[in-house]
Structures are given as structure tokens and as C-alpha cells.
Write a new protein. Sequence first.
Lengths: 226, 226
Amino acid sequence: MRILVIEDEVRLCEALVQILKKHNYTVDSDTDGESGLDDALSGIYDVVVLDIMLPKIDGITILKKIRSEGIDVPVILLTAKDSIHDKVTGLDSGADDYLTKPFNTEELLARIRALGRRRGEIIEPDALSFGDISLDTQTMRLTGRGGDISLTLKECELLEYLIIHKDVIASKEQIIEKLWGFDSDAEANHVEVYVSFLRKKLRHVHSDIKINAVRGVGYKLRKGGE
Amino acid sequence: MRILVIEDEVRLCEALVQILKKHNYTVDSDTDGESGLDDALSGIYDVVVLDIMLPKIDGITILKKIRSEGIDVPVILLTAKDSIHDKVTGLDSGADDYLTKPFNTEELLARIRALGRRRGEIIEPDALSFGDISLDTQTMRLTGRGGDISLTLKECELLEYLIIHKDVIASKEQIIEKLWGFDSDAEANHVEVYVSFLRKKLRHVHSDIKINAVRGVGYKLRKGGE
DNA sequence: CACTTAACTTAAAATAACCTTAAAAGCATG
DNA sequence: CATGCTTTTAAGGTTATTTTAAGTTAAGTG
């Protein structure tokens, strides 16, 4: 997952890069329209985050050029103000989404994920992380502070689900639906078994992450110091 | 935090209401444009979730009417397809955000929270609270002025019921019906036992909330200075 | 004030949820 | 078709929660 950020405000640009990298995306950036356009035309990116107001070449022009070259990478426009005009022009020119400054991290990340879903592709970061562990869903490897280990498909899916839903308690029903499908006859014990497998592997990589069972409700990840 | 959902697909509508309620929002809903508009014009909502395709009056018309009445409640549009046209029309008409079906819970919740932040207000779920306590029904944790503690399922349901019905005296029969179901053979003593459990936990978090027994009638919460 | 009844509290029993492990079954690969 | 790996099944053990039950306290009533 490669993201290109084109934004001339240096501080904002760096902040964006840092945030995205933190979430395990691969990120490049430009601070002017000219080099931004060059990079965008390379066609190697999965998402472009594009400011409208840019030195040398403005965002809308870049967007039009990209599209006229037949590159249909998802583009998220950054509009300086709450200017409907920019939005409309941007969407007309082939943008997939816009974001009004100031915006926050969560929102940007949500939109990037949403873009992936909308196109039916999966624009996901290659690795998820939580506390002292990191999960590479591509290679299905779990890395902790004391080594790494490979997971089976179901283990990986379960941990992925728990990390993505780290803020809520994931019920067994939800987990079953996700891992075995909506009308499977999988039982609660399936989940319990995999939770048990995962806990063992978490210990194996010396992570201090715990899978907390909330009786009658579901499971929730917990970091060491909580 | 009051949310209005206007959506004609009954199943989707109910699902939305349930999900939002589960996250401690107060939710009303309509399944056609006419009653939807009526409710929206009341101006009491903090967010409106509005489907575009609706019987009687379509979403865009509703949106325009709302705005022409000077109500600037945040509106999230639900667009049936990936139709840029709908988005642009919607944004022109004064929508704050849109969501393309199908979408998932997380995304909707994120957008609702994001809307609040963007406007600088705090559109947060009412973490069910009363006096000096606050109850998170998601994690089943009770927080008081001197720490927090986890509740069991029944304890949580009981306290939730008491808080929601804080203005009236909750009878044991009502409580039994809510916690154990309509035709259970649960007895009055069950309620008494759980009231006792709760009182102990309220003391544990140093709350000054009291569960008042009204002889022959039921229970009612009371704040410290009452 | 004595009596009755409702409510309170607590401990112990029963139940249901969850955990773990081992073994069987399924599946792909060489 | 044998091997190794993943997934499912199943059983027994552990613990948290719910229910039962019994003794105690408090409130209302004549």
C-alpha cells in the first residue's frame, strides 16, 4: 500500500507522512505541484492525497492530468476552506473524496479505508499494530518484542479483527460471522479455541498484550499496563 | 446527543437505530420523507442521517427545506450508489458528509464523531450518567468519583434501566421483565439481590448515588444531596 | 408498642461461560 | 498416498455469574 501526499505546507505535509507511516502505509511526498505531478504520473500509488492550492501547478490541474493519462488511482482532495466550489470542481474533475482542512487523523484514515472498500479493492495497510505487537496480514507473521512467529489463516484473521476493533468489545457472534461467514454452524467454542491458540503465540513472542474475555459480552485486546 | 435516522428500508433503518442506541446515542427514526421532514424541522437533533431515495419526499428536498428554515444541524447523506452526481447535489444542498451504501458501523460512527469535531462541538454518545457516576454499557464499567469497577451483565442492565428511568420509580416487575424476560419465573428477591450488589459497587467507587427503595412500589436513583 | 410484611444482606449451591488440550478430520503438496 | 499443517471436534477443568435460600433489619399499621 503506497500513498502519495502532495501538500505545500511543510509542517502539515510531514505530519501527514508521519501519521500514515505510523499506520504502516508506505508514503512518499512532494511539496509542489510539479514534482507532485511527476510522481503521481508514475502510477505506482494506491492513493493520492492532494492539496488544491499548490505552487507551480494547482491540485485540480494535477488531478485532470492524472485522469487524462488514464490513471484511476483514488484521489483525496484537501480543500483549504469549507468551499463548496472547490469540492464540486474537484469531484467533477475526478476526485474520489475530499477533506476540509482542518481535519483529523482518524478522519483521513477512515476515508482512505473507505476508498478501498468503495472500489471493492482492499486498500489496507500491510501491517497492523497494537501495543508491542505488529501483525503483517500479508505474510501472516506476528512480531512481538521477543521474536516473531507465523500464524495460521484463522489465527491471523482473528487477531486482525481484534486489532481493528480494539476500541470495542468484539462479540463471538461478530467474530464467527467474520471468520466463518454469516450462516455457518460454527460454535462459540471455535472462537475460544483460537483465542487460546493466539494467547499462546502472544506469549511465545514475549508480548505483553492480553486478550481479555468479558464474560457474556466478548473479547477485547489490552496492553500490558492496563 | 440526539440522532434522527430517515431511511425507508425498514431492516436497515432498524439496524441503524439499534447500533446507534447500543452506542448510547438517543435515536429517533422515520421511514418516509414526510414524517422525516416533520421531525427534522423540530430542530432538536444533533445529527441527521438521511437517505436520498425516500417515499413521498426525497432526501435532497428534505435537506434543502431544513437549510431554508435555518436549521444547521449536521446531516450525513446515505447515497445508494457510487454516484458522484448525488454527492455533488447533496453537498451543494448543504450536507456535511455522505456515506455510500453499503457501509459499515465503524464508518458511520467515525463520521458522526468526526462531524462533531469539525464543528468544534462535542457530539459524543451520552456515556450514560447520573450524578457523579457514569456507566459505559459497551465495556460494562462503572466510573465514580473514586475509581471504576467492572459490572456483570445483570448488574449493568439493572443500573442502565435505573438511569434511563431516573425520573420515575422503577417497579420490580418492570425490572424483571427487562432483565429476565416477560415470562420468567424470576422473583422479587432476584432484584433485591442485584440492588444489593450494585449498592456495594457504588460504595466501592465512592459515589454518593443511592438506590432508594420505595416500599411496595419500586426503586429510584437519588443523588447525594437529595 | 407489638405484629406483619417488605426489603436487605450474605453465603453457598447451581449454572453457564470460558479455557485448555488432545485427538480426529480435512486438505494440500510433494 | 503419505506427510505435514490447519481446522474442527470433543471432553474435562476452572472460574465468574446467577440463583437459591435463610437469617436479619427496617418500615408501616392497628
